[in-house]
Ligand binder design. Structure first.
Ligand SMILES: [Fe+2]
Length: 161
């Protein structure tokens, strides 16, 4: 890597891989959740993630970047933790609370990645790309807030019983 542009492209490839992996993982989260609202939250984030994946694909095209087989190791690890929770033998409200915890780790990772990418894009003068990345970043914040509300509300209280 010679310059910030190279690093930026590296970050974009990483995000591409992260979204791709998440599209595979989220249907399992939907299935594992018991609470209807949590299922809905995971389902709607799956649809959102598909759009985010298309968005990051467009960005790769615009930059002339080939994401190829780049693998985001961090997302792979986070998803492994989600899968561990899915397999866990747990009372259903406790499991839902655990699934939320895993999903929020994923969201926070994405928020961090997109936050950096937006900053780099702006610095490099990729104004239109920065806007696209910001759209995804806003969606990730919203998804995280939605999970926060589910966790703070009924779910965690139910898990105490
Ligand atoms: Fe995402």
């Amino acid at each position: 890597m010679k310059n910030l542009q190279d690093l930026f492209e590296h970050e974009i490839k990483d995000l591409y891989s992260a979204e791709k992996q998440l599209i595979e993982a989220l249907p399992k989260m939907v299935q594992a959740a018991s609470d209807k609202k949590l299922q809905d939250a995971f389902s709607s984030h799956l649809e959102e993630t598909k759009t985010q994946f298309e968005r990051i694909q467009e960005i790769c095209d615009e930059l002339g970047v080939n994401p190829g087989n780049t693998k985001c190791d961090a997302m792979e690890g986070l998803i492994e933790e989600c899968e561990g929770m899915i397999k866990e033998e747990a009372q259903k409200d406790v499991k839902d609370a655990g699934l939320i915890a895993c999903a929020q780790r994923v969201e926070h990772y994405e928020i961090s990645g997109y936050g950096t990418a937006v900053r780099f894009a702006k610095e490099l003068g990729h104004t239109a790309i920065a806007k696209k990345l910001q759209t995804t970043l806003d969606e990730e914040y919203d998804a995280d807030n939605k999970l926060d509300k589910l966790a703070e509300g009924r779910l965690n209280k139910k898990a105490l019983v």
